[in-house]
Structure formats: C-alpha cells, structure tokens
Design a protein around this ligand. Structure first.
Ligand code: GAP
Length: 518
C-alpha cells in the first residue's frame, strides 16, 4: 500500500475507533487542534507513564515537577522566545497560502533524496542479491550528480539559516524554482519572521492587565524552579528535573494530523551537570533515549539521528531522533546541550542568584544543561503508524479477508483484555463478569457479548487489545477459558486462576525497563 494511502487510513482508523477526533468537529473543526477519544487518552497516559517512570523511577537523581502554563512574561524575554522564537514565512500571492520558507527548501532537498533512492531501488531490483548499495551510491554517475546538487543546496540553506538571512532564503526558493503546491506559481512575497507564541491578558483592564504567553515549551518552568528543587530536594549535581505538560505554538504550517499541532504535550528533562562535562552527558542521553524508543520493538532501522546544521541560540550541540513515519523520516525527539544559557539569563533578568555550590570543587557555578524533549502526540503518532497493519487472513469458510490490527506494545495498549461469553445465556455472561470483577483491579478490561466471536475478535484487534478471553460451557465445570493472542491469533486453554500472572508478564513495563539499563 502506498504510504500516503496508509496514512489516510490511519487517520480514519483513529477517528472510527475512538483514538483521535478533530477538535470542535460539529463546528467544522479548528485547524491543527485535536481531541483524544476513549482509547486515545489511555494510550497517551500509557506513553506518559513509560516516559515518566523511565526517568523518575529508574534514576535516583531525577525528580519530576508540574509547573503552571502561565508564567511571568519576563521569563520569555529572558529565554529569548519574545525576540527569537520565529519561523521564516512566505506567502504565495496567487493562492494566498502561507508557507514556512525553510520547510519549502527542506521539501526540495527531500525531493532530490527521493530521486537518489529511486535510482538505488531500480538498480537493486536489476542486480538482485549481487547488489552492493554502498558501491553503487559512490560510483553511479546519476546518483553522484544528484548528490552534488543536494550538497550544494544543503550548504547554501544551512548558511542562510545560520545567518538568519531572509533575503537569501527567498533567493534559494527562486533559484530552485519552487512552486506553490496549490496555485502552481512562483509568485512569492518576501520572507518575513513570524513569532510563534500565543499571548493573552491576565487581570482586569481596570487594574492594568498583564500580557502573558501560553508557554511554547515546558522547559522554562523547570529552569525557573531549579533553585527550589535543588534546595528542597538537596539535589547534588549531576541531577535532572522532568516534566510533562501542555505547550502551545501558533504553527504556520500545521499539517500531517497530530504531527504538528498548535496545542500539544511535551515530556522534557533538564539534566544539570558540571560545566565542561556537558558533551559527555549529551552523548550519554543520546544513547539512553534511542534505547527507550527501540525497546518498543518497531525495528531499529526505523530510527536515525539527525545532527542539527543550525544550532538554536542556546545550544552547543543538538541532535534529533527521527522515526520513519508514513511521510518519511521526521523528528520525534530533540536532545540539546543547552549550556548555561537559560539559567544565566534568568539569573540576569531576575537579579536572583542561580548557582550551585560544588563541594568537590569547592566553588560555585551556573550549571550546564542537557535537555531531552519529546512530543507526546508525535510519539502517539509514531506508535499508531508502526502498529497499524492490514493482514490477509482466512475466515471459517476459507475465504480471504482483511484483518486490521493494531500491534501496540502490550504495556501501551489501552485495553489489556476483552472477556467474552461465547453466547449470551446459560450463565456464561455472569461467569465472564466474574472474571472481570477479579481482574479489573490490575488491568483495563472490557466486556463484550455482541455479535459473533469472530466479529468481536476483529473489533478488539482494531483497538489493539492484546488478549481475548472466551468463556464457554466448559468453563463452569473445569474453570478454564480460551485465551486468544492478538498478534499470532493462536488460542490456548488456560485455568482462570492463571490469567492474572500470564497477562501481567506481558503488559507490565518491567520488560521494557530492563532493556534501558546502561
Ligand atoms: N524545549 C525544547 C523544545 O521545545 P523542540 O524541538 O521545539 O524543542 C521538542 O520541541 C519536541 O516537541 C519535538 O521533538 C516534537 O516531538 C514536539 N513538538 C514540537 N512542536 C510540536 C508541534 N507543533 N506539535 C506537536 N509536537 C511538537
């Protein structure tokens, strides 16, 4: 199936099965804002638990906080967001559509990459097992030609970004003959900077209101609480503060479903270290974070690191973890070595001392920071995209049919087990409910008695339930049930008393956490 079709199906599936709904749908929606449904919220909570526990449970030197969304407006002046949290935007005069100039150029780079990949694919099909991809890429004339074009464009683009040269960005768009996807024309405006922060007013106008911002990242809530946590928790460097919370950005190009939203959630860690050790810690966190992703079992080949060409104003090293979405490799998580920029700025703007006395060095300093920052919603999309499968299976009459199954990692699945009476009489529903009454303290269970067993299995497959338990006439006499596994579709007979242990072993986070050890 073409990746574009797969993505459309995934979006439809999310809505049909209660994962994600467009916001304010009965009023025709609100662009780039989404609501999570009954299963979506469970998956989201499980993702957050996986992240939170992997930070604060597994590391004795990491603690969590929950800071407010509204903060003193000077914080955003100090952090640089008021002056520099901008995207370069450009309008097409014919379609009146607005684009991010950097995204238009990135898409042009991706097009060239696509051409190279096509050449590689063609040659691979031609030469079969004999094909040496590395040699082909290094020697094939057409590939080399594309590669030179890519390198030239890439270098020019990186330089323009680093110099914040808006005229050059526009020139690149013109030289590359990039057209508006809607009008097909090259009738562009100049490139302008656009601040992404939402603002509102706090207090009544009579009292004199204060312009406040909806936070565009959760990180600043951690920085301004650094002294509070360090002192009250008697934390010793190196230590980390973790936070999960909403962030808001007035994104110009809000596309690709929940990939780029205007209201989203972040899971951020600020790890405070001794100056001079930050790049070591940066490497360490890079490895820890990629392991966290890979432990979910979606295939290591679907992740890559992308080193930043242009460093943010606060960073001395930065890398993204990218995942292969249906629309290509894209950022899921950013890891930044943020130096002492933020704490120093807050020290300067607040006039309060923000330092650490290091007893080993017998000196005080402003700590350096390594940050890991991941979007809950992007992680959600990653998991849904990797889990959505359409299998061809045979029904009872030997007819082929399509089975839509969400192969969610069991610890993240919203519903852990469905309990189903084979028929709606002879005491089977009561027995099924008895099992749920016992297991509901440990797992999110669902009772399902409607339709044939086959249809019920399909329904549970579509929401990603890892186990279905069927109660039949033998259950009353021998206390056994049939357990059916979502991925293999295998069924086995087990004692009711075994269910709790059997399911626990699969749905707990323990196996995932064990893979995260250093
Ligand atoms: N504190 C650093 C920071 O905010 P970022 O790279 O701008 O860095 C971190 O954002 C992560 O937040 C991204 O990797 C992405 O997963 C998520 N994110 C950022 N903007 C988003 C948006 N508009 N919609 C959904 N997720 C977003």
């Amino acid at each position: 199936m073409a990746q574009e079709d797969l993505f459309k199906k995934l979006i439809a599936h999310c809505k049909e099965y209660g994962y994600v709904f467009p916001s304010s749908e009965i009023y025709d929606g609100l662009s780039a804002v989404y609501d999570y449904g009954q299963y979506g919220v469970e998956l989201k909570n499980n993702i957050k638990k996986y992240w939170w526990d992997s930070m604060v449970l597994l590391h004795e030197n990491i603690v969590g906080i929950d800071s407010a969304i509204f903060m003193h407006p000077t914080i955003w002046k100090a952090s640089g967001h008021v002056d520099a949290f901008n995207d370069p935007l450009i309008d097409n005069k014919d379609s009146k559509k607005r684009y991010r100039a950097d995204v238009l150029i990135e898409e042009q780079l991706a097009k060239i990459e696509g051409k190279i990949d096509k050449e590689v694919e063609k040659a691979s099909a031609r030469f079969g097992e004999m094909f040496d991809e590395a040699q082909f890429r290094a020697t094939n004339g057409r590939v080399l030609e594309y590669q030179i074009k890519w390198d030239e464009l890439h270098n020019r683009f990186a330089e323009a970004l680093n110099n914040a040269d808006l005229v050059e960005l526009k020139q690149i768009i013109e030289d590359q003959e990039i057209v508006c996807p809607i009008s097909g024309t090259r009738n562009w405006t100049e490139v302008r900077q656009f601040n992404l922060m939402f603002s509102t007013e706090m207090g009544s106008t009579a009292d004199g209101s204060l312009k406040v911002y909806l936070r565009p990242e959760t990180a600043q809530g951690i920085f301004v609480n650094y002294m509070n946590v360090q002192k009250s928790g008697r934390m010793k460097i190196p230590f980390g503060i973790a936070q999960i919370g909403k962030a808001f950005r007035n994104e110009i190009v809000a596309r690709q479903f929940i990939f780029r939203m205007r209201e989203f959630e972040q899971m951020e860690l600020q790890f405070f270290v001794r100056p001079g050790t930050e790049l070591e810690w940066f490497e360490k966190w890079k490895q820890l974070r990629i392991k966290w992703h890979q432990a979910l079992g979606f295939g290591n080949e679907n992740y890559k690191f992308h080193l930043h060409e242009k460093l943010a104003h606060y960073a001395n090293a930065a890398v993204d973890i990218e995942f292969k979405f249906p629309f290509g490799f894209k950022e899921v998580e950013g890891i930044h070595s943020r130096t002492d920029y933020d704490l120093s700025q807050h020290q300067k703007f607040s006039g309060k001392k923000i330092q650490y006395f290091d007893p080993e060095l017998n000196e005080s300093y402003v700590p350096y920071v390594v940050e890991t920052s991941i979007g809950v919603d992007r992680m959600f999309l990653q998991i849904m995209a990797a889990s959505y499968h359409e299998d061809t299976v045979e029904d009872n009459n030997g007819q082929k049919e399509t089975r839509v199954v969400l192969r969610l990692p069991a610890p993240l699945a919203p519903v852990k087990l469905a309990v189903m009476p084979l028929i709606k009489k002879d005491g089977l529903p009561e027995k099924a409910r008895e099992i749920i009454e016992e297991l509901k303290f440990d797992f999110n269970c669902q009772y399902d008695e409607k339709d044939s067993i086959g249809k019920r299995y399909r329904r549970q497959d579509a929401i990603g339930t890892p186990f279905c338990v069927t109660v039949d006439h033998d259950t009353a006499t021998d206390n056994t049930v049939t357990i059916r596994y979502r991925d293999s579709m295998l069924q086995e007979r087990v004692q009711i008393s075994q269910l709790r242990e059997l399911i626990s072993a699969q749905v707990g986070f323990r196996t995932l956490f064990k893979q995260l050890k250093d």
